[in-house]
Design a protein around this ligand. Structure first.
Ligand SMILES: *Cc1c(COP(=O)(O)O)cnc(C)c1O
Length: 387
């Protein structure tokens, strides 16, 4: 019997930043007081700063899907023609939401692991000039693939459609020039690269998106963007806020500002690159070879091995929680996360664990080969700066 520390290594929820957890203990605060308004204002301002946008930023007590839902119910109208890019389980969620609200969706679906090409969106926009919006995932967490939101944004900017981007695992793992690329609505969630527990969703809203929202006729009540904007300007939220979560996020945002968003992204990119190098050395294939992102790396289980075995053994042998594939990808892939509070020491350990698990389950590998590939990359890129 060995000690097994529980480690949460999934692409949401992600490892927690300890000072953010400690900040939650200050939650014996009333939300309609100047003390809390100070915290709330700082949180919104810091979110805006790390997202790097001049658009309005709003926050909700919800998981990320709450903000996805709100973007549809507040900005669109029944029967509106929209384009939905579906490259995985989260793209399917966009399709489900817009259908639930009675929008007229042109769903562009690509096989799992692939991404919708900017040209496909451009052609669909040309075919239907009345299109009111385009929905996409910046990073499709279920497959590890990333969309070229810059090029898609360029195509949309020429039209009257708005671009609604689920960047829930995109923020903090890939560059997103919200204002420069015409990303009208950008959605984030607390439990991804923001290093705090689930429970807060946020979104930026461009003037173009607000304008479309002026004509929206869909019912909504709790998630009311205009009301939330007005409340936010007064340093408050419309309803009782998730006070403890906001204190936590505020603390994590100070840390993210100290590192800098660019370096937080670089951290994820380096970890992802090292993971791909290690996988190659271990004879494992990456699931999305066309457009691998840096929030999470989806790796195919070796032929004849169920990825659920790898996930289970991570838990049983080492106390670590890693992600299986979702839906039909379950059993086929496992996913190693890089977003938020992950470091190289986490990755070295994860790869070392993986080598043991592979060996124990009929996929022999030489101990240390995967780890060495990651060490090599770290050594080349970071050892000189020693920080
Ligand atoms: C985690 C995630 C969501 C949000 O899911 P919730 O369970 O509502 O937080 C949405 N989109 C993507 C791409 C995600 O990774």
């Amino acid at each position: 019997m060995y000690i097994k520390k529980q480690r949460l290594l999934t692409p949401g929820p992600t490892p927690l930043y300890p000072p953010a957890l400690q900040a939650m203990m200050r939650a014996d605060m009333h939300h309609r007081t100047e003390d809390f308004r100070k915290v709330y204002r700082a949180c919104l301002a810091d979110l805006k700063e790390v997202m790097g946008t001049s658009n309005d930023v709003l926050m909700f007590a919800a998981s990320g899907t709450g903000a996805m839902d709100a973007s549809v119910s507040n900005l669109f109208s029944k029967g509106d023609k929209v384009i939905v890019c579906v490259a995985g389980k989260f793209g399917e969620r966009w399709a489900d939401i817009v259908k639930a609200y009675g929008l007229d969706a042109n769903v562009i679906t690509v096989p799992y692991g692939h991404v919708v090409k900017p040209e496909q969106v451009e052609r669909a926009l040309q075919a239907e000039p009345a299109t009111k919006g385009v929905f996409v995932q910046a990073s499709e967490t279920s497959t590890g693939a990333v969309h070229d939101v810059e090029a898609i944004g360029r195509a949309i900017a020429k039209t009257s459609a708005i671009f609604v981007v689920d960047a829930i695992t995109g923020l903090g793992t890939m560059p997103l020039d919200i204002d420069g690329w015409g990303l009208d609505v950008v959605i984030g969630g607390s439990q991804k690269a923001f290093m705090v527990p689930p429970g807060l969703a946020f979104m930026s809203v461009s003037p173009k998106a607000w304008k479309l929202g002026d004509t929206s006729n869909l019912p909504h009540f709790y998630f009311n963007l205009k009301k939330e904007k007005k409340s936010g300007d007064a340093g408050e939220s419309s309803w009782t806020p998730a006070t403890a979560m906001i204190l936590a996020l505020g603390e994590a945002l100070l840390y993210i500002k100290r590192i800098g968003m660019a370096d937080l992204i670089k951290n994820a990119q380096m970890l992802a690159q090292a993971t791909r190098a290690a996988a190659a050395k271990l004879g494992l294939e990456i699931f999305s070879t066309a457009s691998p992102g840096s929030s999470v790396t989806a790796i195919k289980a070796p032929a004849g091995m169920d990825s659920g075995v790898i996930v289970k053994e991570f838990r049983d042998r080492f106390g670590s929680i890693i992600a299986n594939g979702q839906g039909s990808m379950k059993g086929q892939i496992f996913r190693i996360a890089h977003l938020g509070y992950f470091d190289f020491a986490d990755l070295f350990a994860m790869i070392a664990c993986l080598e043991i698990i592979l060996n124990a389950n009929g996929h022999p590998v030489q101990y240390g080969t995967g780890v060495a590939a990651a060490q090599e990359l770290y050594a080349q890129a970071a050892v000189k700066s020693l920080k």
